[in-house]
Design a binder for this molecule. Sequence first.
Ligand code: FAD
Ligand code: SF4
Ligand code: SF4
Length: 396
Amino acid sequence: MSLAHHKAKPLKNTTRRPAKALCSECGLCDTYYIHYVKEACAFITQHIDELEVESHGRSRDLDNENELYFGVHQDMIAAQKKEPIAGAQWTGIVSSIAIQMLEHKLVEGVVCVQSASHDRFQPKPVIARTAAEVLAARVNKPTLSPNLSVLEEIEQSGIKRLLVIGVGCQIQALRTVEKELGLEKLYVLGTPCVDNVSRAGLDKFLNTTSRSPETVVHYEFMQDFNVHFKHEDGSIEMVPFFGLNTKELKDVFAPSCMSCFDYVNSLADLVVGYMGAPFGWQWIVVRNDTGKEMLDLVQDQLKTQPVDASGDRAAAVQQGIAAYDNATTIPIWLAWIISFVVNKIGPKGLEYGRFSIDSHFIRNYLYTRRNYPQKLAAHVPEFAKRIVARYKLPAK
Ligand code: FAD
Ligand code: SF4
Ligand code: SF4
């Protein structure tokens, strides 16, 4: 391990980050590991294929349809906790795995993100050392979150075995500096991630969309074409995508997330999301043996079923591109969803996952081409280029 980074100075909160407008506030630059920012930042040096080899022993097989879309994996299943954790995002599989890892002493700490006491949407990354601290981090914080800002504490605390929970951009930076952390073993539990927003963007979204913005606990864009807002009292408010104020929300997503191609968290050992599973179930991707070891810890707490796919997304995706091209006031994801409903194709399971990946990759490819043409070639990973190339895009 080189200790050169100890001399590096973290940036103050107010200082512009090296990735400038594209910074996703992953937290690396809040620590002395900023020393490695040029190689580590997902928006300065994209090197997912190289890191896949380091993390999983091989890069994804681009000729295998499931690997092209969902990344390197040895297994995919749909699962639910038999007894869901109250207040978790879905059924709480992520929190349950983290708790088991602490209780089995596989790790001494878990990097996760709680909420600030004065503001539930202000992310507060922590190193949890108890089940209660992990549980306090349950549920998505739907804002950019500086999870890696706690990395300096790891070295200082003497932790040698660590679990990190995080989204793609955080995990790319983490994997790049992994060898510098002085750990005996790092476990990475990822979630898919897309369409994230800055704190200011979140306020704008809630204020223009929910009937009671101040009581929203979390929200999710769902397969049933509604945004589901969960309120403090447990009630669910559903706002149809068609009801969104598209003009106000056109630029609501952060520039980082409009140019992100790691939707499926390619570098985590285990990924827990929902989009490849039937409605109400979670979708689990086991990328390597470390991921399997983590999943095995909670097998007895889960109901499972095989993943499946039905429907055909391709025509809807292509029509969405045309709708986007013609209607400048509609965000592309909404245009896709509209064409999708109109078509009544209803892809399910993995086909829904592919629909979401296709439409977001194309939207983000067009955004990057328009705003960062000089970055396009190196920033878009080969798997995303192949996916985008399946569709006819508007001329520049
Ligand atoms: P819980 O047990 O509730 O635990 C959630 C964990 O997420 C906590 O440990 C917490 O530390 C961590 N976390 C919360 N917010 C953040 C954040 N902002 N950054 C990093 N870590 C965080 N899945 C899909 O299949 N498709 C999607 O489009 C999709 N979009 C997502 C967008 C965002 C911004 C996030 C954070 C997640 C997204 N997910 C998506 C994942 C999904 O919503 C659930 O997080 C996942 O299925 C785990 O659910 P759970 O009940 O097991 O989690
Ligand atoms: Fe630094 Fe992370 Fe922002 Fe990149 S995304 S500039 S590594 S804080
Ligand atoms: Fe990071 Fe991509 Fe999620 Fe944005 S969409 S927070 S860039 S992983």
